[in-house]
Write a protein that binds this ligand. Sequence first.
Ligand code: ADP
Ligand code: MG
Length: 272
Amino acid sequence: MKTILKTEHLNKTYRLGSFPRNVDIQALKDVNITIESDEPVIVSVVGESGSGKTTLAKVILRLVEPTAGKAIIYDQPIAGEGAKPARADFLSMVQPIFQNPFEAFSRYRTIDSYLYETATRVKRLNKARAIEAMEEVLSSVGLEYKDVRGKYPNQFSGGELQRISVARALIPNPNILVADEPVSMIDASRRMIIINLFRSLKQEYQTSILYITHDLATAYYISDYIVVMNKGSIVEFGKARQVLSDPQHAYTRLLLSSIPTLKQKWERVRND
Ligand SMILES: Nc1ncnc2c1ncn2[C@@H]1O[C@H](COP(=O)(O)OP(=O)(O)O)[C@@H](O)[C@H]1O
Ligand SMILES: [Mg+2]
């Protein structure tokens, strides 16, 4: 079994202001998650705004250094105490998908230049191989290279741009994609395209996905595991079905009761 994701006593405190008026904000409080599996998994992290979800994502993406504790991805310590892979190796293990696809790309650069850069710099492919890789990942997200080539971000919808972000993240063939609220800036009618894409990519690329969201409905729909966070702590963690059908924590029950029809809807989907 592989340790797909493990955090041990992960803590992050942000310090605001300076002495004597400083305030400490504990964004992560002793976060312990262990997910072991031979198959790739989709792990959803749910919780209200301010519960520490983005901080957890940033620690795993190495954008934020934890105050204490450590994180392991695919058997490798990547944050906190212990060995860390070099940056290039790290980027081929963990790739981000950000909330706002419009901010991910400069309006003055063609979209394909981003994919090309990832293919040549991170994956170190030559030109011909880079183009092949671009064709492949774009077709995996339902787009064609010839329709993307030479175009600028404003020529695409938010949903298309987010699919291109996903395509770019796939180029290094990462072990895990970290997607922080990836559909919240996208037209409601297009969100399921991205969500379903995650499900198919898990199989096609054997990639695990850390899906961070405040939207329980989509979390239940695609997750193998669910982590529920509240005020920096994990209040519930387990297999998705288990967490939904038998929530142990009052906060999880409260989240569930706020969407009364979700449970039936989700069961229908899972039984399809
Ligand atoms: N760079 C930062 N500096 C100070 N406080 C921060 C910073 N980033 C997040 N926080 C605080 O940490 C807490 C958790 O935030 P965050 O991880 O963004 O939660 P979520 O993504 O669940 O909304 C919040 O109280 C937030 O205000
Ligand atoms: Mg956030």
